[in-house]
Design a protein around this ligand. Sequence first.
Ligand SMILES: Cc1cc2nc3c(=O)[nH]c(=O)nc-3n(C[C@H](O)[C@H](O)[C@H](O)COP(=O)(O)OP(=O)(O)OC[C@H]3O[C@@H](n4cnc5c(N)ncnc54)[C@H](O)[C@@H]3O)c2cc1C
Length: 281
Amino acid sequence: MVTCDFLVVGGGIVGISVARRLKKIFQTAKVVLVEKEDECARHASGRNSGVLHAGFYYTADSLKARFTKAGNQVMTEYCQAKGLPINQCGKLVVARDAGDLSQMDELVRRGKANGVVLQELTEKDAQKIEPRVKTHGRALFSPTTSSVDPVQVTLSMKKDAQDEGVEIKTGVAYQGRIKDGIRTTAGDFSAGYFVNSAGLYADKIALDFGFSENYRILPFKGLYLYSDEPKGAVRTHVYPVPDLRNPFLGVHFTITVDGHIKIGPTAIPAFWRENYQGFDS
Ligand SMILES: Cc1cc2nc3c(=O)[nH]c(=O)nc-3n(C[C@H](O)[C@H](O)[C@H](O)COP(=O)(O)OP(=O)(O)OC[C@H]3O[C@@H](n4cnc5c(N)ncnc54)[C@H](O)[C@@H]3O)c2cc1C
């Protein structure tokens, strides 16, 4: 039985961040992180749009609004300090028709309330930033929205965690709760505190501890189309005004950290969790 003070399950960006913070606060504590894959960032943390959001989509009193704004600044500084690539390309939000304008006004209100810089532009001004962009009447520009490489960021944070004394055990999967701890594929662990940051399996693990009875994760898959236009052909992210009632941002043009153009993601129900390619698991 391995004994530790904190056992973190899941080596995505959330688990690694939590483990680092715990080690920073409780310096003498033994913090162990287990990840079922042979490397961290194999799932959502390494398979996303890589957009460092600015924080104007969320209502002002929410933790999401606070954390997104603060996280944008901290992550920008982190990438610069570590020499990790960051593309400070900004983001245009465009209206497809007149029906989008009231939601665009709501984004402006949220941006102001959250203290996030936003510029309101005419279509002509928007085209000075992105010549081929079209919008219904007006657009918004967020200068602090950027792109990072999510795999590089997460693996850099993993290395920081290890340097700071967090024990990271990859290829070790949580299997279930036992009387005095948890069972993994590498034996049993006993921990003072257990942190569940298992991404798409977090709901199942939570059930073992009496939480999440009324919640289930419904896996959705996002597909991207890579444009074969050369780097720099589109200079800034271009997003539609989102429907703020649902969690999806709408299909958008994302400029990757190295200047390539991705269109997506779609949001289609996946057959099962961590299902990325057709019927393959
Ligand atoms: C298509 C898409 C695009 C996105 N784009 C953006 C974006 O542009 N910007 C942004 O900020 N966010 C974006 N997100 C959201 C972002 O990717 C997630 O919020 C974030 O990666 C979640 O991190 P996580 O650590 O919670 O989960 P994950 O990265 O999924 O990590 C969970 C980890 O737990 C491990 N695990 C699971 N079960 C076990 C077990 N039994 N034992 C041990 N380990 C286990 C998994 O292997 C995995 O490594 C996007 C998400 C999607 C799906």
